[in-house]
Design a protein around this ligand. Structure first.
Ligand code: ZN
Length: 242
């Protein structure tokens, strides 16, 4: 049975609803979430509640932990810092507890997969996995066949052949091979940064892993951000997908 992996929702409820609808239309039941429910967007409480209802595994991202003071936001730029302070003030006590229960990393024996926001090597340091060399290093730090990540907001699939060591990358669709292991960055639902403004997520079945893109009502999210006073640059970037 296919399953879906979603990440980096960033309090963009309209994008999350569009992605969950797309997942439902594919009759996919199992959804896994790899972190950053909140930060940047206008609907942190609704997103935490909908993710809790919809996902089998909930992983913590750096923005989730920053919003509840579990990790520093010192390195955030001014806009991200403004948004995370607004988020911390907006989250209900119940949803703060929900975020406290998000896991830093979690595996699924059923999927032979590890789920983590940043890297399996050093999940608490929120490093970015951006190169084949980074991927090679990180393949040494998990045992499962799959590792699903988010964090960079840029979808990419990396496969390594366990016999030959050959590495292949693809941004859209990869045929799964028996002898290969995979690191899959599923991209971002709520704030894509690969110059494609459509929401991104991953669908995996027995034979393939694929990055799916979903259009959503960007204007709606933008006007909600305006009405709560979030920074203009954060509002604008949604329509560029960066
Ligand atoms: Zn993020």
């Amino acid at each position: 049975m296919p399953y879906a992996v979603i990440s980096d929702v960033h309090a963009n409820l309209t994008a999350l609803e569009a992605v969950l609808k797309d997942i439902e239309l594919r009759a996919i039941e199992d959804v896994y979430f790899t972190g950053d429910a909140v930060g940047y967007g206008p609907s942190p409480n609704q997103c935490v509640e909908l993710l809790k209802k919809s996902c089998k595994i909930l992983i913590a991202g750096n923005h989730d932990w920053a919003a509840i003071n579990y990790t520093t936001a010192d390195y955030f730029n001014d806009m991200a810092l403004y948004a995370i302070t607004w988020t911390a003030d907006t989250l209900t006590p119940e949803n703060i507890i929900e975020i406290e229960n998000f896991k830093l990393l979690k595996s699924s024996a059923q999927r032979d997969a590890l789920f983590v926001h940043a890297t399996p090597k050093d999940p608490e340091n929120w490093e970015y996995l951006m190169s084949i060399n980074d991927a090679r290093i990180n393949f040494e730090h998990f045992e499962q066949r799959f590792c699903f990540i988010g964090h960079s907001h840029m979808p990419i699939m990396v496969s390594v052949d366990t016999e030959s060591g050959k590495v292949i990358t693809d941004k859209q669709r990869i045929e799964l091979e028996a002898d290969c292991r995979y690191i899959i960055n599923v991209g971002s639902v709520g704030q894509p940064r690969d110059n494609d403004p459509r929401a991104a997520y991953a669908v995996v079945d027995d034979d393939t892993a694929e990055i799916v893109r979903v259009e959503y009502d960007i204007r709606k999210t933008q006007s909600e951000m305006e009405s709560v006073g979030l920074p203009a640059r954060l509002i604008d970037r949604l329509e560029y997908g960066y």
